[in-house]
Design a protein around this ligand. Sequence first.
Ligand code: NAD
Length: 458
Amino acid sequence: MNVVVFGAGYVGLVTGAVLANLGHKVSLIDIDRNKVEKINQGQPPIYEFQLESLLKRVISSHHLYANTEPSTEVSEAEVIFIAVGTPPLHDGAPDLDFVHQAAAKIGQHLNPRQNCVIVNKATVPIGSANLVEMWIEDGFMQATGQPVPQGTFTVASNPEFLREGRAIYDTLYPDRIVLGADHAEALDRLTTLYRPILEQNFEPPPLLNRPQGLKTVPLVRTDRLSAEMIKYAANAFLSTKISFANEMANICERVGADINTVMSGIGLDTRIGPQFLNAGVGWGGSCFGKDLSALIYTAWEYGYEPKLLESTRQVNDQQKKSVIKRLQEELKTLKGRRIAIWGLAFKPGTDDLRDAPAVGIIEELLHLNARVIVYDPVAMDNMRQQYAPWEIHYAKEPLEALDNADALVVLTEWDIFRQVPLQDILNRLKTPVIIDGRNIFDPNEARHLAIRYRGIGR
Ligand SMILES: NC(=O)c1ccc[n+]([C@@H]2O[C@H](COP(=O)([O-])OP(=O)(O)OC[C@H]3O[C@@H](n4cnc5c(N)ncnc54)[C@H](O)[C@@H]3O)[C@@H](O)[C@H]2O)c1
């Protein structure tokens, strides 16, 4: 099929590259010229496992190319995805400006004979499919002076559930595909587009083997409003699960229980399940906070007070702040202290710093006049660029960050950190203080080495 994707970020680029690898003809449209040039040279502008090799393959086979402006792409497309950003505004509502611009552009280039399915893949508030429809119609009217002829296009919803760091894997082997549309033909076309994934009959790319036993992927065919709501409900539930684990951790700390054992104990209950119960310094990333705020905002719009969701957010805010409190308890003043930070990205496997707990914690440390030395295997370049004025020292390897440091704070659970022996850490630190914000070390071993170890809920 001829596919166009507006927005070549984490979602658009990965979706485009995977669909191209399945044999579809994909054009990516992104307003960022720099990104477009990199993509056409086979260089991903973001870090994702195996994205570079996948991209090189689909560029060289001419299944994918990128452009800053559509020329004939939109008028020839059978399916157009909108995968542009929807960042939060100050009041928590998502900013739909990028979606509006993309929809208007689609309208301007729409071919009345094409019968195109336009798909919202960006996470947008419930009811946005109607808005996108209106913006496309406005764009068409602006370009032609005519209303869009009936049956020219349909807007559908296909929310995205990929996890950064595992984006290609999740796109190839999703837990489910959700399609929402008010016309059966639109659902049929999207089902056909995704058939190789639904039926799992494609050749897996190198190093991205199919999970054992995966034969088919569940498909949820529904209306647009329910599809849009599924995305928000999923992220609200996942962030609530983590905030629940953090709340339990805070109680565990007070009563002397160990959160890891407690969560393993409850996770064995099949009604609960073991995933997403890791206590730590809180969730972050471009989606959870933004989507939770957007859902809270939607509830308010309808006069409903979503108390559980508000608490999920509050627990997370408190959890991020608890790192500074723990440091102050161990070191008293933080003025002039050297604090080593391991991990900047909001989770391992990505260079994404959006809403990463590390950013707020570093900002607060600098505000308190501490010296900050950081190490992260992939996110340091982004930190240098995005927070250039901040006086941060960048270490070349994890242990170098510890030289003469008063404390080590672990904020991302990269595997390379787990592999460092505690004795090596102890040898380099000036004061033996570890705030293990991701519970990667063994507290008993730390105590045995006389390290002042503070995990979360242990
Ligand atoms: N990142 C994730 O893990 C994830 C997961 C699921 C859903 N989502 C949702 O998917 C959407 C995209 O997220 P992302 O992380 O890929 O964002 P991103 O910021 O990485 O990428 C968005 C891209 O859209 C481009 N863009 C903006 N306006 C445009 C326009 N008018 N025309 C063409 N391109 C335009 C930007 O230049 C950018 O490259 C968001 O709604 C997000 O909530 C993200």
